[in-house]
Design a protein around this ligand. Structure first.
Ligand SMILES: C[S@@+](CC[C@H](N)C(=O)[O-])C[C@H]1O[C@@H](n2cnc3c(N)ncnc32)[C@H](O)[C@@H]1O
Length: 281
């Protein structure tokens, strides 16, 4: 293993500790943890070692094993990478406006309903960007749009439900969008913005682990799963792609992150655009 142990750190973190923690993380979440994540694991979990007063990482491993119910969620929340932003990979939103929404409007002109699932929603910027795009292009009084957003990390879901962000996170949005969809905080909330109630009410946030059971009954017209496949190995991706396929309505769409092409994989999706796929059969 290429991990360089740094014994002069505040807490001892051995190769054995690292191997134990990354296996626990992988078994539960499917996230593969390469050797170069050793320092990242130290930085993320040292906080838990300090807070719990368990001495070092070996003490933390023991604590995690013996206090599974109490500590496991904290552990998982610590090791997820939640990087996201409003309108990240904007070409997907442009595609929604130019192609997807007009197609859905035509296809569902009579029933006027749509079901969408955002499967690695993180702190909410992505589902709210989708909600803004939908709200700007559909008559929400006439259309029944069901929008589910899920993530494995319970902390990010709390942030997402609140919909409160540092004002700087919306700096790149147009003036119109800022004033239409965000309310500025005042007093102790100065410097923050809150997503408008209308958008918050459009999205239902739930905790869901992509590699476990999905308590979902209804099918979706669009599944957005961006920038989480990069953490999974091939068989895990294939397994999830198959389950997405089962859960998509005929002709339903799947959108993945910019580096998550499934072009070379043997799947029943046709490629429509860059990391944009449609269920074929
Ligand atoms: C890098 S963020 C991507 C956020 C957003 N989709 C985007 O592209 O901006 C990856 C998210 O995937 C979530 N995640 C990781 N493993 C997961 C799993 N097994 N099930 C559900 N979500 C998972 C993490 O908690 C994290 O919030």
């Amino acid at each position: 293993m290429a991990v360089t142990i740094k014994p002069d750190r505040e807490f001892l973190f051995t190769e054995k500790d690292f191997n134990y923690l990354r296996k626990v993380a992988n078994d539960y979440s499917g996230i593969t943890v390469s050797d170069d994540k050793y320092d990242m694991y130290y930085a993320r979990i040292a906080k838990r070692v300090r807070t719990l007063g368990v001495g070092d990482f070996a003490g933390y491993c023991k604590y995690l094993k013996n206090n599974h119910a109490k500590e496991f969620t904290n552990f998982i929340n610590s090791i997820t990478t939640n990087l996201t932003s409003f309108f990240r990979e904007n070409y997907h939103f442009e595609f929604m406006v130019s192609d997807l929404i007009p197609e859905f409007k035509k296809k569902y002109a009579t029933k006027k309903s749509l079901k969408i699932w955002c499967t690695a929603a993180s702190t909410g910027e992505e589902p709210y960007s989708i909600a803004m795009t939908l709200a700007e292009n559909f008559d929400l009084k006439a259309w029944d749009i069901r929008f589910l957003a899920t993530d494995i990390d319970s902390n990010v879901l709390t942030t997402a439900r609140n919909g409160v962000y540092e004002e700087q996170r919306i700096a790149n949005l147009s003036k119109t969008r800022k004033s239409k969809w965000f309310r500025k905080g005042s007093g102790e909330n100065k410097g923050t913005v809150r997503v408008d109630k209308k958008l918050r009410e459009m999205v239902s946030f739930k905790r869901l682990n992509l590699i476990q059971e999905w308590p979902l009954k209804n099918k979706f017209d669009l599944i957005i799963c961006r920038n989480v496949f990069i953490y999974f190995d091939g068989p895990t991706k294939e397994m999830i792609l198959e389950r997405y396929h089962d859960l998509l309505n005929d002709g339903g769409y799947l959108i993945l992150g910019h580096s998550e092409s499934i072009h070379s994989m043997n799947t029943d999706y046709e490629t429509i655009g860059h990391t944009i796929y449609r269920k074929t059969i």
